[in-house]
Design a protein. Structure first.
Length: 626
């Protein structure tokens, strides 16, 4: 009967369907699969017990041959429950962290296994970790719409995934560090920094220890002195935190030395630093100025291009009315402003040769927002660390950034790609970046602004004004038509403290040429620092890279052990919407992969452990395409 109903809906003969019973999510209910040739259901009373499987490919091939009316969707599906994109900040950030830490752990584990010939495999543990991540991507869990108690289970499952990834990362890093040739030097302390990304990286690195001193000198493996500074540490007595800019090879590491003796402190030459005050940060590329009355960005100026990046107050925290249920049913815009945060303090909290930081503390009703804006002497981006202590109910918090361009194009990251959307103020799902590019309103040149994040999935763009959704505070699992009764007690989402980071990345030209996709990945997969020990007999050099990828618009995101059989899986995609001939070199494996990538094309390769066997292209299930 179920098969006939489905056949009627598809306007297809009933003998194109089969029905069988199995134990699953629907408690043994019927499941439908397409077959090219199945005898009449009525002619075979034993049919429900026969298990015959089809494939998606066979289904669509049969549908095409039969001429069934299959709709073609050329844009995104309709938005259902737009509030899910922001509900429950915890599950959103746990998911982002787990995905990225597992990807980093898999890549470094492969590199460590090849470089050090270690026999330990984390494949089975990675499988368990990924199952936790995928299970929690079920539509009511990651959507933030489950019962409150469900998030204790989700937190624990993500916690196990993060623990597995962290253990594997530490094992890989320790395995490599113990094999690096580091001569004995009682006046030095080795520090190894690992880059889990597949391109060279210059990034801020911080590490904490009880043995750090202000007068230490930091050198790389070539003896070049590296500027560093102390930054705020924990309240524990005797501990210090070191900050410096590491220049790291692609999917590799670099060894630094901290000279413990203060006698060499004079060898550290004067270094350029950010010009700083309580209101202004300025380097050779950017000038950032704050309004002390509001705590908002009053000006972000691109000095090289002589362009004002924003057309009004930016990083503006606005509080919006949000009476919708947890899903946000039937709501497509949140635009009723009911309040704004007011600045309590705007002050310089860090200043040195590596970075300078202005901290903006703002308040609204019972809630507090702290934003630390960090500028570096030699980088054209501003990193922001955010702490929110939220105690409001049935309200939404956004940070707004009005971009100073016209004729704009709005581009959002989607998984393994990007999409362009209308700037109509509707709430949209996003990944780690959004970009507004067009023509500068100051000068008639192409210009744009990318907003990157490490744990938010919801935003709107109203004309040229980006509104990153920080949080929503509906009641847990409130589904219309149920009504919240005024005399009842309810638990509300996102109460208390949460932390995340975002990056301001203004750029000349297009986001594709500026490298927005890479910058967002750098925010989400930061370097891993590790204090090392001396190994005079080590077999590895003090700096090495496992991979080289050209051109820059091809990004390798996955390198792991193959799920079936031996060897490794490598996955890459084209990031900028332009075809490319990619060359991926893996010197430690003696492999070079050359492949044509179409615009936004995703490819998966199997690299056999036997060097005599060729590299083959696979589908996303890691099967051979036939």
């Amino acid at each position: 009967t179920h098969a006939r109903r489905c056949a009627d809906e598809m306007k297809a003969p009933v003998d194109e369907f089969m029905c069988f019973y199995g134990v699953g999510n629907h408690g043994g209910g019927p499941t439908i699969a397409n077959l090219e040739s199945v005898h009449s259901l009525d002619a075979d009373p034993e049919f429900p017990a026969r298990l015959v499987f089809s494939t998606p490919e066979a289904f669509f091939q049969a549908a095409e041959r039969k001429g069934w009316p299959i709709p073609v969707v050329q844009s995104e599906l309709q938005h259902h429950a737009s509030g899910c994109y922001a509900a429950h900040s915890g599950i959103k950030r746990w998911n982002r962290q787990a995905e990225n830490r597992l990807l980093a752990a898999e890549k470094l584990s492969v590199a460590a296994g090849i470089w050090t010939q270690q026999s330990e495999s984390y494949k089975n543990e990675f499988t368990r970790a990924w199952k936790h991540v995928l299970f929690n991507q079920f539509h009511d869990i990651m959507a933030g719409t489950s019962l409150e108690a469900a998030y204790d289970d989700a937190r624990d499952a993500y916690g196990e995934a993060l623990t597995i990834a962290g253990r594997a990362l530490n094992q890989a890093a320790q395995s490599i560090a113990w094999n690096i040739r580091i001569p004995q030097d009682e006046d030095a302390r080795p520090l190894v920094v690992f880059n889990p990304l597949t391109w060279p990286l210059k990034a801020n690195v911080e590490i904490e220890s009880s043995r750090l001193k202000p007068d230490m000198v930091l050198m790389d493996e070539a003896g070049v002195i590296i500027p560093h500074q102390g930054v705020q540490s924990t309240t524990t007595a005797g501990r210090s935190r070191l900050c410096f800019t590491a220049d790291l090879p692609a999917l590799g590491y670099r060894t630094y030395r901290l000279l413990l003796s203060s006698q060499d402190a004079q060898a550290n030459p004067a270094q350029a630093s950010v010009e700083s005050s309580d209101r202004v940060l300025e380097n050779d590329r950017l000038r950032l100025e704050f309004d002390p009355a509001t705590g908002c960005i009053a000006s972000l100026r691109d000095k090289r291009e002589e362009i004002e990046v924003f057309s009004g107050p930016a990083a503006l925290p606005v509080v919006l009315d949000d009476p919708a249920d947890t899903w946000g049913h039937n709501v497509f815009k949140w635009d009723q402003v009911v309040g704004t945060f007011k600045a309590a303090t705007v002050r310089l909290v860090e200043h040195g040769p590596v970075k300078s930081v202005i901290r903006v503390t703002s308040c609204y009703e019972s809630s507090k927002l702290i934003q630390d804006f960090a500028m570096y002497p030699d980088r054209n981006q501003i990193d922001v660390s955010v702490t929110v202590d939220w105690h409001e109910k049935l309200k939404m918090l956004k940070l707004r950034f009005p971009v100073n361009v016209k004729f704009m194009k709005i581009t959002h990251e989607i998984p393994y790609g990007h999409t362009e959307r209308f700037a109509n103020g509707e709430e949209e799902p996003g990944q780690s970046w959004v970009d507004v590019s067009g023509v500068s309103r100051d000068k008639e040149i192409p210009y744009g602004f990318s907003l990157l994040n490490d744990g938010k999935y919801s935003l709107d763009v109203n004309v040229r004004d980006i509104g990153m959704t920080v949080l929503r505070s509906p009641a847990y699992a409130h589904h219309i038509p149920a009504v919240l009764e005024p005399d009842q007690h309810y638990a509300f989402i996102d109460q208390g403290i949460q932390r995340f980071r975002y990056t301001l990345f203004p750029h000349a030209g297009s986001w594709e040429n500026a490298g927005t996709a890479r910058r967002a990945a750098e925010l989400n997969q930061p370097p891993i620092p590790l204090f090392g020990t001396f190994h005079p007999d080590g077999q590895l050099p003090q700096s090495d890279s496992f991979i080289s990828v050209k051109p820059e618009n091809v990004m390798v995101t996955v390198l792991k052990e193959a799920e079936d059989g031996d060897g490794w899986i490598l996955r890459a995609y084209e990031t900028g919407g332009a075809s490319a001939l990619a060359q991926i070199q893996l010197p430690a494996l003696g492999r070079v992969i050359e492949s044509d990538f179409g615009a936004a094309e995703l490819k998966t390769f199997h690299i056999p452990s036997d060097p005599a066997q060729p590299v083959t292209e696979r589908n996303l299930l890691e099967w051979l395409d036939e």
